[in-house]
Design a protein around this ligand. Structure first.
Ligand SMILES: [Zn+2]
Ligand SMILES: [Zn+2]
Length: 389
């Protein structure tokens, strides 16, 4: 199963869909035009079922194979949302909406999965059911979770999930994957430090909240370096420091710190949460101040299941001739993790060539990656549900 010839034929059509999505990017759950277009195209391909409004604006399409003796149901997932970035690609199909841009290539993912759906509906060369899933709000809104909570898994009886993301810096059409943690858990915290404000020239009559907050910021950096096993990994970043003083001579009453914690291991995730709470509270206490910690768990760790990783890599190998099985995990988050928490599956990277990194205003999805990407989606359905006999 090299790149399917059909996708070379379909390339101009799939590219046109992709560029149309690129020109009309939408944010978060408000992907109304995109989802409408996806549903319209799926219906035109003659799918067995197309349902809109799953997880608010998600779309689900069902394609029945030529036979169904296996009873298998394979879920293939793409994301549809864009980012609040002002595009600077200069492309003729650049965003028509100022300040909104497909800077993560979800336009490409959606178009490639549409291409696979068209091919699978034409050929139905598998024994079971393929479910194509188009989710909103990957960029922070947890659209993947919304679809799961809306009954995605049970309503269609999905048994395995496969997802894909493009990757700048890797050759176009090359694949990379790893078993286990592929993307990080992305948690966030907010620490409210309360001291005793006052005149900056009379520090002895205050509890200097700014100084306490500074000690907390420094102490938080000991968590990864001194508490986490050096052979494991974690990130603690304090990104916002905000005092309630606007004057150079007023010691603030309250200082707010905001930050993020990234981990690839559930135990390290628990450990970092516990230590952020302890370090903040006790450092504040040492100065006679108080620290309240709100710690919010975000996207889970994207865990590639061992067997499914093998299946995903095998299909990729047949398309590209080779696959990098030792890709290093990324500390960014990915909400396909909510689907992988429900059922086995895997998430693979597809090279996007020498382009700007995702989330950069000059980033663009490379349409030359489409045949490989669509072949992989379609290949996953065929390989996991082979025709018997
Ligand atoms: Zn992104
Ligand atoms: Zn993305």
């Amino acid at each position: 199963m090299p790149v399917k010839n059909r996708f070379a034929e379909l390339l101009p059509e799939i590219t046109a869909w992709r560029r149309d999505f690129h020109e009309n990017p939408e944010l978060d759950y408000a992907v109304h035009r995109t989802a409408g277009r996806v549903a319209e195209l799926l219906r035109s391909f003659g799918l067995d079922e197309v349902v809109e409004g799953i997880g608010r604006t998600g779309v689900v399409g069902v394609i029945k194979g030529r036979s169904n003796t296996s009873g298998r149901v394979i879920g293939l997932r793409a994301d549809m949302d864009a980012l609040p970035i002002h595009e600077k690609t200069g492309a003729e199909y650049a965003s028509k909406t100022p300040g909104v841009m497909h800077a993560c290539g979800h336009d490409g993912h959606t178009a490639m999965l549409l291409g696979a759906a068209k091919y699978l509906a034409e050929t139905r060369n598998f024994d079971g059911t393929a479910v194509v899933i188009f989710q909103p709000a990957e960029e922070g809104g947890a659209g993947g979770l919304a679809m799961v909570q809306d009954g995605l898994v049970d309503r269609w009886g999905i048994q395995e999930f496969y997802g894909m993301h493009n990757m700048p810096g890797y050759p176009v059409g090359a694949f990379a994957i790893r078993e286990g943690a592929m993307m990080a858990a992305a948690d966030q915290f907010e620490i409210t430090v309360t001291g005793k404000g006052g005149h900056a020239a009379k520090p002895h009559e205050t509890i200097d909240t700014t100084l306490v907050a500074a000690h907390i910021i420094v102490a938080l950096q000991s968590i990864v370096s001194r508490n986490v096993d050096p052979l494991k990994s974690g990130v603690v970043s304090v990104c916002v420091v905000q005092t309630d003083s606007t004057a150079h001579n007023v010691i603030p009453q309250v200082v707010m710190l905001k930050g993020t914690a990234r981990t690839l291991d559930p135990e390290v995730r628990d450990q970092i949460e516990e230590r952020v709470r302890e370090v903040a509270a006790h450092t504040a206490a040492a100065f006679g101040a108080r620290a309240e910690v709100e710690y919010e768990r975000g996207y889970p760790i994207t865990m590639n299941h061992p067997e499914a990783t093998g299946h995903a890599a095998e299909v990729a190998r047949q398309i590209a001739g080779d696959v990098n099985m030792d890709m290093l995990p990324l500390m960014a988050g990915e909400d396909f993790s909510y689907m992988l928490n429900e059922r086995p599956g895997a998430y693979i990277f597809l090279g996007n060539g020498d382009t700007a990194m995702v989330h950069h205003p000059a980033y663009d999805f490379d349409d030359n990656a489409i045949p490989a990407g669509s072949s992989w989606y379609a290949g996953m359905a065929e390989a996991r549900m082979p025709i018997q006999g």
